[in-house]
Design a protein around this ligand. Structure first.
Ligand code: PGA
Length: 706
């Protein structure tokens, strides 16, 4: 146990004692909710009210949260609707079990219902329509009947939305007629919207307006139908589409008023079982606070449901509130700050790897096709005697780099169309070659030559094989081609490629391995979910972390430390975080002054410094933060190529067209330092077994303070 984990254990023990006293007042909550992203606990699962005891009514089951997207009169064309549906599908398929924790429904306009049902098959997302006609059949030109949409696979109907009431004159009686018609159609459920105007709110009429709307809409409706087939959406009219959200406590008060009317009509047993959604300017930023209210059981989302990623993040907020299962109190994370150490101004810095052999960091700038290196002698280097970093222009988009077993400064490069080997020496010229991939540095083609993809994130496993994923080139544009079309691959010493996943995804990231090498971490960035799989055969997938919905961006590159925890760059969120893969707890946050850290790794003479690459527009430099509490990284394994593929392992690349200055110095102080302060030298030709023992020996040695 490191000093730090002892500190955490003690802190969590003392804080969990005080937390139990707070918990005792929350016995009447039936829903399992999250108190904050970091502090979550199970609320009492079953609810007994005084009158339930008298009537011997069965206990009310926990309310399952429900998030719905109301597309209104959007988007303009079938093509755009299909795009939105496909992006939603890509986010949910394989990544979210929408059929369990939280119910998810989208409400497209009538003409897109068919394609919505079709496209969303297998995602668990249900489809609803935004209103319905008042008749089942006959001479009613322009009308739509419940049986029609039900026969298409639609399962929900929204009734009484304020825009229907105010813009189309829909009365409470009409809402009631439509509700009766829907309930007569087996298999249909209803979201019944109620809510007050600003004037009504300001004159304290909220409770009575909602009371009247509910009572009139529910005339003749049985308690069983109310309990099993109706969801109430409370939507203050003044919050719809205005950007003004009711505060969580305003929403809670209104939901209590709704439940009071339901209690008066049907008794508390039914009232406690009915789900009540909040609607009105719900976003990824406010979903957590709303869902933390005991009577808020979900959200009806308008504007934010028109972007697949923001709707997905709102669903994640709902899922998190519904499925927070740990009763352990997690102390707040330790906050650190990284500072820029190399102002390299990368368009998109990525894939940092530290070589114990070379005592140097390597990284790339992906779109510019640049390979960078920096020999670094540690933060206690007096008078800043580190050498300046330098780069080579490879001339093709790069996905990642890795250390290559062999001579010093040898690296593997995953280029847009092929894998290459390269040496990185300060005197070898700014340009690698006139064309990036030559006979002497070519290793093999990358997979998926017929797809609009390229290699992306990757790391070398403990058997010295390269594991890498792909990047869907259309991802940035968010276009319809942003469907899942990328695979995860392993390149072995014979340069044979093996596909590792039985499904496709959009953007590979977070690939890294703990010291044992028996687990791999992986994330498809747009889904914001990080998984662990058993390795080397990818089985037993388990979700270990979902990025909090209120943080923009997504998980990017990652690295595992010697304690087995994952340090993840959260691009767009100004942060790198450490997550314990066993508990999902986030116990460190590294803040950056730039929005998009892209990846990280441990380096420095003691592997106790975290180096972080970043990207433009506001970043691009290399950042560093010294690790506290004895936290250290593991030596990075080197990719091995078998001898028969390796005659010319790190051959000289073709001579460049007019080499420019040998090095691109970005450090003002260019004093060379003698080499040889490496504490650990990986033995040549490590096998997986020797790697594991080397890592253990290294950890032991560094724990002893060497
Ligand atoms: P909004 O719409 O989220 O854009 O405010 C909500 C609704 O009308 O259902």
């Amino acid at each position: 146990m490191t000093l730090f984990s002892l500190f955490l254990a003690l802190t969590s023990f003392s804080l969990s004692l005080s937390f139990h006293t707070v918990d005792s007042f929350s016995l009447h909550r039936t829903r399992t909710v999250s108190v904050s992203p970091l502090i979550s606990k199970s609320r009492t699962a079953l609810f007994f009210s005084p009158d339930d005891h008298q009537s011997n009514a069965p206990p009310v089951q926990p309310r399952r949260s429900i998030v719905a997207g109301n597309w209104k009169l959007n988007p303009a064309t079938l093509t755009e609707a299909t795009t939105l549906l496909r992006l939603l599908k890509a986010n949910f398929e394989n990544h979210r079990d929408a059929s369990s924790a939280t119910e998810v429904v989208v409400f497209p306009p009538f003409p897109f219902l068919g394609v919505a049902v079709q496209e969303l098959q297998g995602t668990g997302i249900q489809v609803g329509c935004q209103t319905i006609g008042t008749h089942e059949q006959g001479a009613f030109t322009g009308e739509v009947a419940p049986s029609m949409i039900q026969s298409m696979g639609v399962t929900y109907v929204m009734l009484g939305h304020s825009e229907r009431r105010t813009l189309f004159g829909e009365s409470d009686t009409a809402v009631n007629n439509k509700l009766q018609l829907c309930l007569a159609q087996r298999g249909l459920q209803v979201i019944l919207c109620v809510g007050e105007t600003l004037q009504e709110y300001e004159t304290n009429l909220l409770a009575s307006v909602v009371d009247v709307q509910l009572k009139k809409a529910l005339v003749g409706v049985s308690s069983q139908d109310v309990l099993e087939r109706i969801v109430v959406a409370y939507e203050p009219v003044w919050a719809i589409g205005t950007g003004k959200t009711a505060t969580p406590s305003q929403a809670q008060a209104a939901h209590e008023a709704v439940r009071a009317t339901l209690t008066a009509l049907y008794g508390s047993h039914v009232a406690q079982g009915v789900r009540i959604q909040y609607g009105g300017s719900v976003t990824p930023d406010n979903i957590d606070a709303l869902m933390a209210q005991p009577d808020v059981d979900g959200a009806l989302v308008g504007g934010a449901s028109l972007t697949a990623d923001s709707f997905t993040r709102i669903v994640d907020g709902g899922i998190r509130a519904a499925s927070a299962t740990s009763s352990a109190y997690a102390p707040p994370p330790v906050e650190l700050t990284a500072t820029e150490v190399v102002p390299c101004a990368n368009v998109l810095g990525e894939s940092p790897v530290w070589s114990v052999r070379d005592q140097a960091l390597y990284w790339i700038s992906a779109p510019e096709g640049e390979l960078w290196t920096w020999k670094y002698h540690g933060d206690n280097n007096q008078h800043n005697r580190n050498e300046p970093p330098y780069r080579r222009l490879i001339g093709t988009t790069l996905g990642c780099t890795a250390l290559l077993e062999g001579e010093p400064h040898a690296v593997l490069l995953a280029g847009e169309s092929a894998f290459m080997k390269m040496t990185m020496k300060a005197d070898s010229g700014d340009f690698a070659s006139s064309s990036s991939c030559t006979a002497t540095n070519f290793l093999c083609e990358r997979p998926e030559q017929d797809q609009a993809t390229r290699p992306n994130d990757g790391r070398v496993d403990r058997q010295q094989r390269m594991v890498f994923g792909m990047y869907n080139n259309y991802h940035r544009e968010g276009s319809s081609a942003g469907e899942n079309n990328c695979g995860l691959y392993r390149l072995d010493a014979n340069l044979q490629l093996e596909s590792l996943l039985d499904y496709k995804y959009r953007v590979s990231n977070c690939i890294c391995f703990p010291a044992s090498g028996d687990t791999i971490f992986f994330c498809d960035t747009p889904t914001r979910k990080v998984y662990a799989f058993d390795y080397p055969v990818l089985t037993n997938r388990r979700e270990i972390w979902t990025m909090p919905s209120e943080w923009p961006g997504g998980p990017d590159g990652a690295q595992v430390d010697a304690d087995g925890c994952i340090w993840m760059a959260l691009s767009g969120a100004h942060r790198v975080v450490r997550v314990n893969p066993d508990t999902g707890h986030m116990d460190f946050v590294v803040h950056l002054p730039v929005s998009s850290p892209t990846s990280c790794t441990f380096g420095g003479p003691n592997l106790d410094e975290l180096f972080i690459t970043t990207r433009k527009p506001d970043g691009g430099g290399l950042f560093r933060v010294k690790m506290p509490f004895g936290i250290r990284g593991l030596p990075e394994p080197e990719f091995r190529v078998n001898n028969n593929n390796n005659n010319n392992l790190v051959g000289q690349e073709q001579t460049t067209t007019q080499p420019t200055a040998a090095a691109v110095a970005v450090s003002s102080d260019n004093v060379m330092q003698e080499e040889g302060n490496a504490n650990v030298q990986p033995a040549a030709g490590n096998t997986a077994a020797t790697y594991a023992s080397m890592a253990a020996a290294y950890k032991q040695m560094t724990n002893n303070g060497q």
